[in-house]
Structure formats: C-alpha cells, structure tokens
Design a protein around this ligand. Sequence first.
Ligand code: ADE
Length: 247
Amino acid sequence: MIRFDILTVFPGMFVSPFDCSLLKKARDHTLIDIQVHDIRLYAEDRHRMTDDAPFGGGGGMVMKVEPIDRALDAIITDRNDVLIVLLTPQGETFNQKTAGELAARSRIVLICGHYEGVDERVRTYLVDREISIGDYVLTGGELPAMVVVDAIARLVPGVLGNVESASLDSYATGLLEYPHYTRPAEYRGWRVPDVLLSGNHREIDQWRRKESLRRTQFRRPDLLERMNLTEGDRKILAALKAEKNKE
Ligand code: ADE
C-alpha cells in the first residue's frame, strides 16, 4: 500500500482522474490511498492567500511558504519514510526508473507548484525531491502529479490485472513494445501477420523480439545504445540493417 498526499490549490482537478479506471480499482482495493489537500485551507490570513507578489518586483505571483509548511505539518506526523516531492519544470525529468524508485516508498507527498513559481524556501527547507514530467511548461503541477501517481500506482503489486504487464512494458525491458493485434485476422484487407496465427510460440517470440528491436532502432535508437543487448539481439539488428540496405 502506498499513500499519496497531494497539496494543491485546485483540489477539484483530481476528482475525476482518480475516480476512473485502474486508479479507482486500486483505491477501492486499498492498494493505494490518495488524499488531496487544499493548500488554501492552511492559509491563515483573512483572504486565505496562497500566493503573493515577488520580493524585488517583476511580474507574476509566487506561492507562499507558510500555507505549504502548515499543510505539511498537519498531514505528516512522522517525517520518517515520507518523501516530499515538488512538481516543477525545474526538477529532474521523471522516467520509468524514477517511477520504480518511488513505487518502493510507503508515503509520498506531492506539492503542485503554481503561478510564476514557488517561494524558494519550499525547495530549500521542505522538499526532498523536485520532479518535472518533461521539457515543456504546464499551467501548474496538478497534471504532472496525476502523471506521477498513475505511473507509480501501476507498479504497485496487484494494481495491474496481468502480473506480467508491467515487467514487459516498453522502458521496463529497455525496448519499445512489439506490435499487438486482436481479432479479426483480416479487416478491409488489412491482415494480421501470419506468424501470429501460426500457434508456433517459439516463432512468435522470435518475431516479437525482432519487431521490438526494429521499432526501437527506428524510433528510439538512443534506448538501444543504453541497453545490454544479447548476442541474439545483435544478430537480429544486423539482419534488420541488411534488410534496410536492400530496400
Ligand atoms: N509545472 C509546470 N510544468 C511542469 C512540468 N513540465 N513538470 C512538472 N511540473 C510542472
């Protein structure tokens, strides 16, 4: 069981994404617990301000440190084993490896950054890790928090139906996935590759490995460079190169 606590100024954004699909099932089966907290409730001034103008001037608003600190104090009693993460475009880029590391934690607090930025003291004194979901800027850390929760949740044992699904994923194996097909075997003249209908599992496995390698070499050659390829894989890649040269 992993518990996620999300600190946000837009709690409403999380209602539907966490109430559908596998995440809902995972919550219903208490494999994960997601608590969304409204930072505004921890702002003590009259207007419940969670942001303010930047010292030094300039445009935009900055998220204040006290409401975030108070919210953390209220939801965390034992700081041990709680990982506090700030979602920000300035963080380390999230990937499958990070998801795996975080899936081993029992409690993760996700703070959704907003506006022009977050008071630097949140970074300096309150958070353990800063995460970005990619090199683009969104309006806030809410969608990134959902992405991170989703990617971690599906690695929690029992969340995915098929035990194999996560371990055979693209990225978990280091390769992109081979093409998938289902019935009908032919549609508008578009045929499923014969080998998949052959029932010969050794040949099917070989075909799938080859197509995974082909797809990865074509779309993401950088993944191949980082991988430990088997002798068999190298042979397949050489054959694919030869095929290409003939074209
Ligand atoms: N907030 C805005 N853009 C973001 C991003 N790419 N990742 C994480 N948090 C963000």
